[in-house]
Design a protein around this ligand. Structure first.
Ligand code: 1HN
Length: 349
């Protein structure tokens, strides 16, 4: 007997069938296929801006409520308003703002999640990574590779505040998370400060291949003191209509992205620049290193200034206007998408 759509009992027979499928851990693909292979990405997140002006007092309030040591990491999580309770800024990236007060230490630990810091405010904070210290100055981009011991401290006179971005949702997706605490508050230091920058960050490389941090760049501080002049020099060579002046953080050993799971880059837009619309399959977390401007992302327009943090959803047209010389730090899962052959972008003329 063939199943006829005109059969009056057809709906009921279907419902009954689905119910019995369910008891056997089976499901009808034909009811689900549209949702499984959508014609194009449907962003699950919303554009959002956290203004530094509103974040900073909350950070300082947290500073009065518990110590960095008590908290292990004194961080306010930046949760995308469309993903409440999920500790996610985008589908694939965790982001938070961390505070360390003068004299405090954030104790040493390690985890398989990779982390980056983009320093918003500092007068003498440092991080120690895998036996090496680096000072964290405003505008520095600092990497904590997967499974590297890390602790932070503040030997300065004022608060140290930075943006953390971690690949937590990516590692969670493949369920490969491990973590452990160090026996000591602070790890011991084995090499001079900024040793990695000297050994790997000058355009010269060790003759014997060495990968101190596996798939991650051996340079773990890309200092603002070098980044800003590099962007300014690149601007003299021309401003791309869609990207402005954009330089990515590279791994000097292989030319790839600096981190295996988080793509990072800097965009500089000279005052008065208006970029043409572009969209890409990666959602982006941005921090304003310097300057002011606005971004139109889909139907949303966000005005931003120094140290503000923004999220731009995936596959949504975006364009920037710089009202002042603008320098943006950007992070996305583009590197993951590229490795999987999935990254796409589109540009409007
Ligand atoms: C972490 O280890 C740090 O080391 C910051 O500074 C934020 C968020 C979740 C899990 C681990 C850090 C973190 C984190």
């Amino acid at each position: 007997m063939s199943a006829s759509r005109k059969d009056a009992t057809w709906e009921a027979r279907r419902a009954d069938f689905y119910g019995r499928l369910d008891t056997q851990s089976l499901a009808p693909l034909w009811e689900r296929m549209k949702g499984l292979v959508p014609p194009e990405p449907r962003p699950k997140m919303r554009p959002h801006l956290w203004s530094y002006e509103s974040i900073r007092p909350m950070m300082m309030e947290a500073g009065g409520l518990l110590t960095a040591e008590e908290a292990e990491r004194r961080v306010l999580v930046l949760e995308n308003p469309a993903l409440p309770g999920q500790s996610k800024a985008t589908n694939t990236l965790y982001a938070g703002i961390q505070l360390i007060l003068p004299g405090e230490v954030a104790p040493a630990h390690r985890h398989t999640q990779s982390a980056l810091r983009f320093v918003l405010e500092s007068s003498g904070a440092f991080t120690a990574v895998g036996g090496e210290r680096t000072e964290m100055r405003a505008g520095d981009f600092v990497i904590t590779p997967a499974w590297a011991w890390h602790d932070h401290g503040n030997t300065g006179s004022g608060p140290a505040i930075w943006l953390d971005v971690l690949d937590i949702p990516v590692v969670g997706f493949v369920d490969a998370g491990f973590s452990e605490h160090h026996n000591d508050q602070q790890q011991s230091i084995a090499r001079p400060e900024d040793d990695a920058l000297w050994r790997f960050g000058t355009g010269l490389l060790p003759i014997e291949a060495e990968r101190p941090y596996g798939a991650t760049s051996p340079v773990f501080n890309y200092p603002w003191s070098r980044t800003r002049p590099a962007l300014a020099a690149a601007a003299a060579g021309g401003v791309d209509p869609h990207w402005g002046v954009t330089l990515r953080h590279g791994n000097p050993l292989d030319g790839g992205w600096a981190m295996p799971t988080i793509a990072t880059w800097m965009t500089h837009l000279p005052a008065g620049t208006e970029t043409r619309p572009i969209r890409s399959t990666d959602a982006t977390v941005l921090a304003v290193a310097e300057g002011r401007g606005r971004v139109t992302v889909g139907d949303t327009r966000l005005e931003f200034g120094p140290r503000d943090v923004l999220v731009l959803p995936n596959w949504t047209w975006r364009r920037f206007e710089a009202t002042e010389d603008l320098f943006l730090f950007c992070a996305s899962d583009r590197v993951v998408q590229e490795k999987l052959g999935l990254w796409r972008h589109e540009k409007e003329d």
